[in-house]
Write a protein that binds this ligand. Structure first.
Ligand code: GUN
Length: 294
């Protein structure tokens, strides 16, 4: 099989280049898009993600605020900060990095964010808008990035069978809605930890999305020859040969799976870079929508 390796890095760069024009237009009209990124606690992976998000803003000329709060920050303090950001006219997007420390009620935090500034697409108003196919809502960045990759690589979803492994609110569920939408018209199956004969089910997929966080779960017997495989997993596995002592792998065993596919995303360099690019796109969209309403 002649396998296309889907390049998330260059596709993300293409998305960013399109955003540069949109941001310039907004600035000409007197509006600078602004994003607030909030991190509670010291989780090292979360800190890396948050810094990457702020850096992406700087590179595009998006105004950003980074709030790194100590792990013992109370729920009340966090809600007060969100209230302040909801009212800050320089800020069009608010993101609280997940997962927060265990004493924080994440659902209450998400509910406190103004849905018009919820660039993560986690607020129930935006979840409903996704289900209703109301394009004014915000869609979570990772599934949005997956759809953009399919589009940029000319992968038709029309009438195809898409199997998604994983039912999270961040990836699996929104991805299912995007793929079954009237724009994409795929037939969607969501698999999860209780699914019987996972490999057999996945082998019926024209498009397979792996989003469970289990390194190397998807192996050759899961693949229908010619399938398109999107690997959303970002897993740290110990590797003494690396200076950091670990390496990043996906949910797909790339070396055995890739030769069977018509196209596949690698890890790293596939879906990952798209997530931040789509966050930037959502921030620009929020700015446009908020400022148009005055
Ligand atoms: N943690 C992992 N992915 C995400 C994301 O897309 N948004 C937020 N807020 N936290 C995350």
């Amino acid at each position: 099989m002649n396998t296309t390796i889907i390049d998330g890095k260059s596709t993300a760069e293409r998305v960013r280049n399109e955003l540069r024009t949109a941001i310039e237009d907004l600035k000409q009209a007197g509006h600078t898009p602004g994003l607030a990124v909030v991190l509670v606690g010291e989780d090292p992976a979360s800190r890396v993600y948050v810094n990457s998000k702020v850096k992406a803003c700087e590179e595009l000329g998006i105004y950003s605020q980074k709030w790194a709060l100590p792990a013992q920050t109370s729920q009340e303090e966090l809600l007060r900060l969100i209230d302040q950001l909801n009212r800050d006219e320089r800020i069009h997007g608010i993101l609280v990095q997940s997962p927060p420390p265990p004493h924080i009620d994440e659902a209450a935090v998400v509910l406190s964010i103004d849905p018009r500034k919820d660039v993560d697409g986690f607020h129930p108003v935006n979840v409903a808008k996704l289900v209703l196919e109301d394009s004014s809502g915000f869609v979570p960045c990772t599934p949005l990035g997956c759809m953009e990759l399919l589009k940029q690589y000319g992968v038709s979803t029309q009438g195809k069978h898409a199997v998604i492994i994983g039912r999270s609110m961040i990836v699996g569920k929104p991805m299912a809605h995007l793929l079954m939408s009237k724009a994409a018209n795929a037939t969607v199956t969501i698999a999860h930890s209780r699914t019987h004969d996972l490999a057999g089910l996945c082998r019926t997929a024209d498009i397979l999305v792996a989003a469970v966080g289990r390194p190397g779960l998807v192996t050759a017997p899961f693949i229908k020859p010619g399938a398109v495989v999107l690997d959303v997993g970002i897993n740290r596995v110990e590797d003494a040969s690396r200076p950091r002592g670990y390496r990043i792998v996906g949910d797909v065993e790339f070396d055995s799976v890739a030769p069977l596919c018509s196209a596949i995303t690698p890890v790293p360099g596939g879906v990952g870079p798209m997530t931040i690019a789509m966050l930037m796109a959502n921030t620009v969209k929020a700015c446009r929508q908020i400022t148009a309403r005055g």
